[in-house]
Each structure stands twice: as structure tokens, then as C-alpha cells.
Design a protein around this ligand. Sequence first.
Ligand code: AHN
Ligand code: ZN
Length: 326
Amino acid sequence: MRNFLFLLLTILPLMACNKAAQKTQSEVKTINIPSFSADSAYAFVKKQVDFGPRVPNTPAHVACAQYLSAELKRFGAEVIEQKADLTAFDGTILKAVNVIGSFNLAADTRILLFAHWDSRPWADHDPIPENRKKPVVGANDGGSGVGVLLEMARHFGQNQLNVGVDIIFFDAEDYGAPESFRGKDTENSWCLGSQYWAKNPHIPGYTARYGILLDMVGAPQATFYREQASDYYAGSVVTKVWSQAQSLGFGNYFINQKGGAITDDHIYVNQILGIPSIDIIQYDPNTNSGFGKYWHTINDTMENIDKETLNAVGITLMHVVYNEAP
Ligand code: AHN
Ligand code: ZN
């Protein structure tokens, strides 16, 4: 009896599939999802790293902003460089630039994709004390999310989308107060670029169906758990992305379990603009920080970027975006 039930349970879905396969070509809605290239995404990460650390108020930072803007334009986006003087926790005025690229501007339904592009001025989690005043190269922390989004943008310009997509590269995310700093409101010393944009969106009244933040999406065998604020504000978006990943065979990267609660750019997009937004962020339960062993160290370099991880995130998000109905 149990065998029979088992057989029935396995055969029934197969029969259902078969029926779908018998549909004529015209009945089946075919969506062509352009093939995300991990090699290309990797090259976009490397290009950023080659400028040097993208620390605000440095020539490398100015040059990289220019590069990001030019690349988005080259891919056919409408680009806005949103400039602002932002005050850091220590009083430093940061010459910040949020780089915004829009595709399919006529579409009312919009998806927001974002990552921070600046790198941290101090590797304050480096195990070697003398490295802690050096800047973070930020191949993973900053570079990886932007690299994946640039590769997606390359396709957005060439393959018709059903929805509008806005890509924002936020500045001044990683200028947050070090743990040694004893001051008030250190929590809000992070994510200055996204806080500014959420209070001053590039289009007054801007909204989107949902937002997806990519943060540290390039480490070998990275694991992405359901970040707690993402689940609170946008649980259905988390489920959409994680199940898409699962069905593409990337369930070893996207773990369908509760992760940490992270202060990141998505918090302000959720709280200030009310756009349900999630954070795809590496979570490694086996490290102290939870962010992997090279986080905020001088070893956050290209040697620790893996194309397989960029591939898993990029292909998953291409499916999510191209499957979105208007
Ligand atoms: C805090 O450490 C408070 N948030 C982590 C956000 C972050 C830093 N992402 C990359 N670098
Ligand atoms: Zn960081």
C-alpha cells in the first residue's frame, strides 16, 4: 500500500508535466533569460579593485564613480549621479556620489536593485594590529555586489524587460564608526548614502514593487541566509528569491533558514521609503563577525572572489527580474 501511494505521488506530478509539455509552442509563454556571465561579472569586480580602495575623498573614489556612471550609460541606462556632502561619525565631510541607472523608464512597475560601491577606510577587523589603519580593498565588500549588478545591467540594455529596473550604487555605506569609537548613534553612522537617497529620492515620490540589496556576494562557498529585517519587511520577496535559487540548483548558497539581523542599506529603504527590500548578504555562522573571515581585513581581495558564487547570485536574480510580470 505504501509503495502504491509512493508510486502515485511520484507519477501524478510527472503526468501533469507531460500535459504541459504537450501544449503547442504558441500556448507556452517563453521568456528568454539572457545568460549571465560570471567571467564578465568578475571582470567588473576586478576593474573596481584596480582603482585602489574606493575610500570617500580619495582620487580612486572619484575615478570609480566616473567609471560606474560611464558603464551604466554604455549599457543604455539613464544615469543620475546624486552628489551630497555627508557628515561622517567623526565630523569628516564626505564628498559622496550615489550612482543611479534606470532601464525602461516608461514602465510604472519598477524593481530596485542596489549595492554599495565605497570601500571601508580602515581594516579594523584585521587580525594584525598594524593593518587596522589601512583601507579595505573591498573586492567582496562593495566590489562583488556592484560587479554582479553591472553584468545584469549589460543585459538589461540588450534584452527587453517586462518591468522597469533601477540600479543604485550607494556611496558611504562603509564609513561607520569603528567599535572602539564611543559616541552616540553609531548605528546610523553606516549607510550614509542610502540614508541620504531615501530622504531625497532622485525622483520625488519614487517607489518600487520591491528592492534587493547585494552585499558581499563573491566569497567561495558563500552562504546567504534569510536576513531578519528582510524577512520582517519583505518576507515574500525573500521567499521568491530563495525558492528561485533553490529551483536553479543553488540551494547550497541560498540557505532557507533564519540568519542575522543586519544594519545595511536596505533598512533605510524599508523604513524611510517603505519599499519592501531584502539583503542578500553572506552569513557565516562559523565566524565571529558572521560575515566571513576576510570581512574588514586587508585580505578582502580578488584572490578571495569566486566566480561560482557570482554566478549563483547573478543567474538567480536574472530569473527573478525577467520573470516579473508588469
Ligand atoms: C554593521 O556592521 C553595522 N553592518 C554591516 C554592514 C556592512 C558593512 N556591509 C558591508 N560592510
Ligand atoms: Zn564593510
